[in-house]
Design a protein around this ligand. Structure first.
Ligand code: NAP
Length: 276
């Protein structure tokens, strides 16, 4: 019998990762000889972790905060999208060298289409936030042909750098008055910040300004219904929660390692929800 292959999610800290639960569910479902574990790697130990990996033992790994950029820099090859984003969340082997992908944008966009009719709207998109997740989401929405994209971030310089790095034409909203004006036309608002996490520091935003039928997406998934999504739900807007992004980015990573795009179904959602 061949040896069980290993997969990891690495981060610092890593205790709260749901990736082992998700991937081990699929490994069992598809009867694969592999095991997925979490590994706490301090920034100073990252280089050693990467250089001691062996292809015949480990199929690859996922990366979470704070290593997404550092691992990207450390590996030898990257796909076009990861290269553009300057960050990677999934590492696999290609021709005996480590290969970087980024599946976050895929995860967000696939989940958006799963839970809304975004494709049928031609109204502007507002991305709230300009951090690492916003980077992948901005690129995904741009690639999907979003008609006009607006960005709003607490630190405006970071939004400017994001647009410059990606070379994407979008408009930066410089204050709350501009944000409120823009909300009146927007078909989709995406919270890419950590605001609303653990029920704290909700976004200070008036969603009643948004047109009827508009979509509000949050990438925070603890709690599943953030204050932002609750406000949207109470107003009868369409809501897209953050758990689906997590599941779909994982599905794409799983496909990279095993050549199988696993199903993101209610059974898996319930499994992860029970662990939140
Ligand atoms: P990041 O790179 O650190 O960016 C954080 C963003 O949040 C920045 O835009 C930052 O604004 C903003 N922010 C933080 N605190 C704020 C506050 N008090 N007021 C206003 N803005 C604030 O983090 P990230 O990697 O993009 O992750 C962001 C969130 O997305 C995290 O909660 C993460 O768990 C979640 N996430 C979810 C998924 C998923 O699969 N669902 C995937 C990736 C990330 P400044 O630039 O002004 O600091």
């Amino acid at each position: 019998m061949s040896e069980t292959k290993k997969l990891y999610v690495i981060g610092w800290p890593i205790e709260h990762s749901r990736s082992p639960l998700i991937h081990n569910h699929w490994i069992k479902k598809y009867n694969l000889n592999a095991i997925y574990a979490q590994k706490a790697i301090a920034p100073d130990d990252l280089a050693e972790f990467i250089h001691t990996l062996k292809r015949d033992e480990c199929l690859g790994f996922n990366i979470t905060i704070p290593h997404k950029e550092a691992v990207f820099e450390a590996v030898q090859r990257r796909d076009v999208l990861a290269n553009k984003l300057g960050a990677s969340n999934t590492i696999s082997w290609r021709d005996d060298v480590l290969y970087a992908n980024n599946t976050d944008g895929y995860g967000f966009y696939t989940n958006l289409l799963d839970h809304s009719d975004w494709r049928k709207t031609d109204q502007p998109v507002i991305i709230y936030g300009a951090g690492g997740a916003a980077r992948a989401i901005l690129q995904a929405m741009h690639d999907a042909g979003a008609p006009h994209i607006y960005i709003y971030n607490r630190t405006q310089a970071r939004a400017e750098k994001l647009l410059a790095d990606l070379g994407i034409q979008a408009t930066i909203l410089t204050g709350l008055t501009e944000l409120n004006e823009c909300l009146q036309q927007a078909g989709l608002l995406i919270n890419t910040t950590s605001l609303g996490m653990n029920g704290e520091n909700d976004l200070d935003i008036d969603l009643s300004l948004m047109p009827k039928g508009a979509i509000v997406a949050d990438i925070v998934y603890t709690p599943l219904q953030t204050g932002l999504l609750k406000q949207a739900d109470d107003l009868g807007l369409v809501t897209v929660d953050g758990l689906g992004m997590l599941l779909h980015q994982a599905a794409k990573a799983f496909e990279i390692w095993f050549g199988i795009l696993p199903q993101v179904d209610e059974e898996l959602r319930d499994l992860v929800l029970a662990d939140l």
